[in-house]
Design a protein around this ligand. Structure first.
Ligand SMILES: [Zn+2]
Length: 117
């Protein structure tokens, strides 16, 4: 099982989940949160291709997207696809924590979304 070490913050008062962290709940202004994981599949909300990559990427281009998890958390990650042709908004994505690039010989891990066929 691939566990994603990204933590979201659930309001102890009203249950709204925040990611990234906010000092006060955006719904009820409470200040106490409990850590909660990103779990389950995600729904693709938007995506784009980046062709002008910074140093450290071997790929010619990257596809990145924002997806919403079943608990309502929205997160940005890389999309494991050869082109955007097969992608569509609202499609289900499997979320994985994988090496997304190599920097100075070291793997850099990040969020990776894999389309579920
Ligand atoms: Zn709240």
């Amino acid at each position: 099982m691939n566990e994603i070490p990204v933590v979201a913050h659930k309001c102890k008062n009203c249950g709204k989940i925040h990611y990234p962290f906010h000092d006060r709940c955006m719904n009820c202004k409470a200040r106490e949160f409990e850590a909660t994981k990103l779990e389950g599949n995600a729904k693709l909300l938007t995506f784009t291709q980046i062709f002008n990559l910074p140093w450290g990427f071997d790929q010619r281009f990257l596809i990145i997207g924002v997806a919403e998890f079943e608990n309502g958390v929205k997160a940005m990650g890389q999309i494991a696809a050869d082109s955007i042709d097969g992608l569509s908004l609202g499609m289900k994505m499997k979320a994985l924590w994988k090496p997304v690039r190599v920097q100075a010989g070291e793997k850099v891990y990040g969020l990776m979304f894999e389309p579920i066929q």
